[in-house]
Design a protein around this ligand. Structure first.
Ligand code: GTP
Length: 598
């Protein structure tokens, strides 16, 4: 392909501003699919993504557009995940492009993720074409929102396009703008040494691991032996293709082109996003810039509710890991919850998506322990350990200092809800960095400890702002903190699954809260039960569960006998899932409930 006729671009947007709808419209306009094939939101291939409206995996589509100058251009549209948890993947997708369409909902305006994504695009030196979407809506105010984009982002909007991805208004103008305003890839000699960026990979039941690439230098061909520079492994390319969005095989991809390869690879763990693929026989001296392995930042334990589901869970975890190289899982055992896995995620949304896939696609009923972040603990002997699990917290006498991860959070919220949002951030140990206004919307920037954010920040933020606040964050640094491990004891026995690491100032409140909840959740026993929260040997909260003879039929007042029988059946069923703590038997459901509120 003539390199001057290629345009590689992404669409960046806040969630729900219309990225997928616009992608569909562009594909349709360029005839990539017949109407019959034109399913809604073709780029979102996984069911869950479609339902949640979140694009997780980047994919790319090659479109052929005949411009007004009569020339046919190749437009490579790269889909990017929109959420902060996947910001590294977004950044790599953007690095594979020369331009981006910035979509802003003309009835909503700039949101936290609009900003985050624009910054990533600017970091990657992309030419940005601003687009105001949903102008068919009566509530659309394109002029006002253009001014907002100029004020907040500093992006010139005099040439911004007004479109409706839904009805098709302005789509032709947009396609023309892509050709005239976006740069073509730098012109390179196709016979140069191969360097292609690995943008994404996923497991396909028929093809094995499919790798999405952007060729930067040289040419990749079927039959070529290639090396992955970060992992050092070599494979022979057995297919080269493009998506239109249907997969179409081609012989080769040259400089500036995007497409996919397969190379008989079994596991996505060999395919690191951002890695450089080069020729095995004539390898490049330097990899492409910017590769960094993704590291999980949020951890939690996942356990089957029914112990007999463990093998099924193990199997499902293996399958998920096949498709998601940023998902980590290791076997773990807990006295309270039995056999399960300690899992690492890129963030809370990533955690939620995996949990949901496990329950939906694999029909597994799971308990998850409270999410926790990675602490760096410096020991007296000079050694530093990364702590993923509160259960592994070392004896305090060996600890010199503990550091926790901090984030820079950007929150956009209508003025009316600013007060409660600031209160929430302060309560979460936040430090305000900036507060600016755009019309009646405030933009606040806070430094916050990630451990407070994984607790219940999202839910609280949504509720105090009635859902109007948008939120985005990036990890910034580790800071020393006065952190303690709070253990929960039942009649003196610590319950591993309920242990948590919290700031000392929050320890008593959290301890009290959880003991109070357990008191309601644990059925009374034949003897008194002490419920305690403790830091080391020091009890900081205590509740006592009084003794009572348990008689489930008491509620029936000697009435209907079948109902009585049913209750007894149910009690028997519940017994099966009891966990023994010293003399105390606790239904697993009590842990589940206790964990729900963190
Ligand atoms: P994520 O996949 O969650 O990132 O969202 P998205 O940005 O891809 O948004 P999506 O395309 O799913 O659109 C969100 C909602 O806005 C859907 O209900 C669309 O039907 C609607 N929508 C998108 N474009 C337009 C438009 O031009 N006009 C109107 N009225 N609605 C639109």
């Amino acid at each position: 392909t003539d390199q001057s006729r290629i345009r590689n671009f992404s669409i960046i947007a806040h969630i729900d501003h219309g990225k997928s709808t616009l992608a569909d419209r562009l594909i349709q306009r360029c005839g990539g699919l017949t109407d019959r094939e034109m399913k809604q939101q073709v780029l979102d291939s996984m069911d869950i993504e479609r339902e949640r409206g979140i694009t997780i995996k980047a994919q790319t589509v090659r479109l052929i557009y005949k411009a007004k100058d009569g020339v046919e251009y190749t437009l490579n549209l790269m889909d990017t995940p929109g959420h902060v948890d996947f910001s590294y993947e977004v950044s790599r997708s953007l690095a594979a492009c020369e331009g981006a369409i910035l979509v802003v909902d003309a009835s909503q305006g700039v949101e936290a993720q609009t900003l985050a994504n624009v910054y990533l695009a600017l970091d990657n030196d992309l030419e940005i074409v601003p687009v105001l979407n949903k102008i068919d809506l009566p509530a659309a105010e394109p002029e006002r929102i253009k001014r907002q984009v100029e004020d907040v982002i500093g992006l010139d909007c005099s040439d911004a396009l007004e479109i409706s991805a839904k009805t098709g208004i302005g789509i032709d103008e947009l396609l023309e703008a892509l050709v005239t305003r976006l740069p073509s890839p730098p012109v390179k000699d196709p016979s140069d040494t191969l360097r292609a960026m690995l943008v994404d990979s996923w497991y396909d039941a028929y093809l094995g691991v499919v790798i999405l690439i952007r060729v930067m230098d040289g040419t990749i061909k079927k039959g070529q032996k290639v090396r992955f520079m970060a992992t050092g492994v070599a494979h022979e390319v057995d297919r080269v293709g493009i998506f239109t969005p249907k997969g179409v095989m081609v012989n080769e991809l040259g400089p500036g082109e995007m497409g996919f390869i397969t190379a008989g690879i079994k596991a996505v763990s060999d395919c690191k996003v951002g890695d450089t693929i080069t020729d095995e026989r004539k390898p490049a001296l330097e990899p492409l810039e910017g590769f960094k392995p993704t590291v999980p930042v949020v951890f939690c334990g996942l356990f089957p509710v029914d112990a007999s589901d463990f093998e099924a869970l193990r199997d499902a975890m293996g399958k998920l890991a096949l498709n998601d190289s940023s998902f980590h899982a290791e076997m773990e055992t807990s006295a309270a919850l039995g056999f399960g896995f300690r899992c690492g995620f890129l963030g809370l949304l990533h955690l939620e998506i995996i949990q949901e896939r496990l329950s939906r696609e694999y029909d597994l009923d799971l308990i998850s322990t409270a999410p926790s972040v990675v602490y760096k603990i410096k020991l007296n002997n000079g050694e530093t350990i990364d702590l993923h699990n509160p259960a592994d917290f070392p004896d305090v006498t060996y600890i010199d200092t503990i550091q926790e991860p901090w984030i820079k959070a950007t929150i956009m919220v209508p003025d009316d809800y600013l007060g409660p949002v600031l209160t929430l951030c302060t309560e979460k140990r936040g430090e305000q960095r900036d507060l600016t206004y755009v019309g009646n919307r405030a933009m606040v920037v806070y430094d916050l400890p990630l451990n407070e954010v994984v607790f219940d920040f999202y839910d609280r933020l949504k509720s105090v702002s009635r859902g109007y606040a948008s939120f985005d964050y990036e990890l910034t640094e580790y800071r020393e903190g006065d952190l303690v491990k709070v253990s929960i004891l039942i009649n003196g026995d610590p319950v591993d699954a309920l242990a948590m690491i919290v700031h000392r100032s929050q320890a008593e409140y959290r301890g009290r809260h959880i003991c109070g909840r357990l008191k309601d959740l644990i059925p009374r026993q034949l003897f008194k039960v002490a419920l305690q929260a403790a830091i080391g040997g020091k009890v900081i909260a205590r509740e006592t569960l009084g003794a009572l003879r348990k008689d489930v039929t008491a509620k029936c007042y000697g009435g209907d006998i079948t109902r009585k029988r049913k209750l007894l059946e149910k009690q028997k069923e519940g017994k099966k899932r009891m966990r023994q703590f010293g003399k105390v038997e606790i239904p697993q459901s009590a842990f589940l409930e206790a964990l729900k509120m963190g």
